[in-house]
Design a protein around this ligand. Structure first.
Ligand SMILES: [Mg+2]
Length: 309
């Protein structure tokens, strides 16, 4: 650690492993109070409106005889609180703040990847949020900023800034640094905040890949982030020198399954030097989820024996 105009710069970041994360948001980082609006078949045969949590939804969505999206508005209406607009942006930020408050007061346990996001931020590593929500990217970014401001302790934020300056010196050969606010904004501009059901994002996916389905939108977001990381590392020449690992965490077994297949069938071929790890965080009895190494040895030149990690 060296100092520059009284500002700490952690030059040791250049010696670190290359570990990056892609996080799902709901029930992975935070247990959000956002409700999905459905209709439930009542015993008298009528459909009654009911609002369920994402956790409950994961269980009831297969019960198609019993639950359905609102007759008026369909899935768009079911997910209306997961979008911006008509106060939507504010609702997400308000609910994020409330969810963090519950953790701080001990009322609620942190999500399984809460600590990993906290550490990722403290270490100044780039990351992606990939969520099935439909917010503007800037809204998701504001939620992460809120996380930085309200979860990280002052000394953790200082450590983060020293690491960010270290990366700037190492990767961008910077001698002078901006204000903390500017450097933090630069860092967040290197991260991806993708709410994959936002119409703009879906259009971008459709334009670039010809398939704007929500299933493909999530894959697109993951591939886009992996390509981004790989691009940054190639600039340093480091991709050939040190293991690179990219972790993906999600509490929804269907996403975990889809992403694991996507990695082994596609991504691992496009990025053979990357070790991909999927964290299935759907089991509340496991504090940080179940770790699945999907593919890759994490080093182009030196493969560890199979099963070594
Ligand atoms: Mg989730």
């Amino acid at each position: 650690m060296t100092c520059h105009n009284q500002k700490k710069i952690n030059l040791e970041v250049a010696e670190r492993d290359f570990k990056y994360y892609i996080f799902d948001w709901d029930d992975n980082i935070l247990k959000m109070p956002t409700k999905i609006h459905l209709e439930r078949l009542s015993p008298d045969g009528t459909w009654e409106p009911v609002a369920v949590s994402t956790g409950v939804f994961a269980v009831v969505r297969e019960k198609k005889d019993e639950y359905r999206p609102p007759a008026d508005g369909g899935w768009e209406a079911a997910y209306r609180d997961f979008r911006d607009g008509a106060g939507g942006a504010n609702l997400f930020l308000k609910e994020t703040a409330a969810a963090i408050e519950k953790i701080k007061s001990g009322e609620e346990k942190p999500g399984p990847s809460f600590d990993t996001l906290r550490r990722t931020l403290r270490e100044g590593r780039i990351f992606a949020i990939v969520t099935a929500r439909g917010h503007e990217s800037s809204t998701v970014r504001r939620a992460v900023k809120l996380f930085i401001d309200s979860v990280l302790e002052p000394e953790e934020r200082e450590e983060m800034m020293a690491n960010l300056r270290g990366y700037r010196r190492w990767l961008d050969k910077r001698e002078e640094f901006g204000t903390d606010r500017e450097e933090l904004a630069y860092y967040l501009s290197m991260c991806h905040f993708n709410a994959v059901t936002h119409p703009d994002f879906r259009r971008r996916v459709a334009r670039k890949s010809g398939d704007g389905s929500s299933e493909n939108a999530k894959k697109f977001a993951i591939r886009d982030f992996v390509a981004h990381v790989s691009h940054i590392l190639q600039r340093t020449g480091g991709i050939f020198l040190k293991p690179v690992s990219i972790g993906f965490s999600d509490d929804d077994p269907r996403n975990v399954q889809a992403v694991a297949s996507f990695i082994s069938e596609e991504l691992s071929r496009s990025f053979p030097a990357v070790k991909f790890v999927v964290y299935d965080t759907g089991d509340p009895s496991l504090a940080h989820g179940r770790k699945i190494v999907v593919s890759g040895n994490g080093a182009a030149g030196a493969a560890p024996p199979a099963g070594a990690q």
